[in-house]
Write a protein of this length. Structure first.
Length: 395
């Protein structure tokens, strides 16, 4: 398994910039950004992308890389070091395994640990560009438009200027009202995500992805199967959860158009009142009603669900390894599990909401966080998600 870690050591030329736009300099080159391979120095690495619960928002993807620094290769004060002058925060970093990108981010911190005996390490702490969006401010007026158009309008703002070639934005199903756009760019975009009941995250390649609720609806055409009985990709452990942390049976959804409260009386009687208030940007009471009804229908009961599965990539076949490395947030999987080898297998479809990698020089483990798909929208002609009674009409 070949995992490669590279960080940006030369920045690209920027036309008309008084510093980065000067010709014939070796700091900002016409050839663009240059990355240097630091894999030979790597001791271990962990990266985490996604969210812990289906009801949470996606968080910034985090990366930590521990490096051998005994020769002061990463010491920013050592003039003879191979990377002297290049050890800086806010440089790009990327991780690739078997030619498949697993992470794209920016270095937040360089941390150094020295000991008198010469044992020293450097640590890179990085995050993806959700962290950048969280520090950018937006302002202006949003016209009535669909959620996808609102996301695009925010990304186009002067205070953001998100590159057009790093966007994967769905059209959107919810219609938003006129609004004063203000404050933190990430928080505003996540409010749009909530209004849509879609997904907003940074991809493995660094693109901003916004999926509306229909684009995020699962389809069975390309799902991966994981199994402990030889009928799918093997895994080393599975986490199972059966609790109330996702249970909501009373919800009030509000916007400038008003508010709507929905109750699931059966769930309230059985489990007690578990309430949520949700603030949105939708432009009509009909949409507020639909969102409220959707939430108390989907989250009215506790779920027996596969919370996570962990696997060792080093023991997999080349084909299985390639399939696992190709997984992205919101992809669909089928998990088969026979607890202790007793009884019939339990099967459950799930949506990937978290991807964690723990990498050492001789081992690579991946843990996939799962959201259960016992309740999902109907997809016409889909062999799994196209059955009336088991799946529900979209709004």
């Amino acid at each position: 398994m070949a995992t490669v870690v590279e960080f940006e050591t030369v920045e690209g030329f920027i036309l008309d910039d008084p510093i980065a736009g000067v010709l014939d300099n070796d700091e900002y080159t016409l050839g663009g950004v240059v990355f240097s391979d630091i894999t030979p120095y790597m001791i271990d690495m962990s990266l985490a992308r996604g969210k812990s619960r289906e009801l949470d928002r996606y968080s910034a993807g985090a990366l930590s890389v521990s490096l051998n620094n005994e020769a002061r290769a990463f010491d920013p004060e050592y003039v003879d070091g191979p990377f002297y002058g290049r050890i800086k925060p806010r440089r790009q970093i990327r991780v690739t395994t078997d030619g498949v990108r697993q992470y794209t981010g920016v270095i937040d911190d360089w941390n150094f640990d020295y000991s008198p005996g010469g044992q020293s390490k450097a640590e890179i702490v990085a995050s993806d560009d959700f962290t950048l969006l969280a520090r950018q401010l937006v302002s202006g007026t949003g016209v009535p438009q669909a959620t996808g158009a609102r996301v695009t309008a925010v990304l186009d703002q002067e205070g953001v200027l998100w590159p057009a070639d790093r966007r994967d934005v769905s059209d959107g199903e919810s219609e938003l009202g006129a609004d004063v756009i203000s404050g933190n760019a990430l928080e505003y975009l996540q409010k749009v995500e909530t209004s849509e009941q879609g997904s907003l995250f940074i991809s493995k390649t660094g693109d901003l992805v916004f999926k509306d609720r229909l684009a995020a609806t699962p389809r069975s055409s390309s799902l991966l199967t994981f199994a402990d009985d030889g009928t799918g990709i093997p895994y080393t452990s599975v986490g199972v959860n059966y609790g109330t942390e996702l249970l909501v049976n009373t919800v009030t959804v509000s916007s400038e158009a008003g508010e709507s409260t929905a109750l699931n009386e059966r769930s309230r009687k059985v489990y007690g009142v578990l309430a949520e208030d949700i603030d949105t940007l939708v432009d009509s009471t009909d949409q507020l009603d639909n969102l409220a009804d959707f939430i108390v229908s989907k989250y009215a009961d506790p779920e027996y669900r596969f919370d996570s599965i962990t696997m060792n990539l080093d023991t997999m076949t080349a084909g299985d390894k390639a399939d696992v490395l190709g997984l992205e947030l919101s992809d669909i999987v089928l998990i088969k599990f026979t607890p202790n080898g007793i009884g019939d297998p339990i099967q459950q479809y799930g949506q990937v909401i978290k991807l964690d990698n723990d990498i050492e020089q001789i081992r690579h483990d991946i843990t996939i966080g799962i959201a259960a798909l016992d309740w999902t929208f109907l997809v016409l002609d889909d062999a799994v998600f196209g059955t009336m009674g088991n799946n529900y009409l979209a709004f």
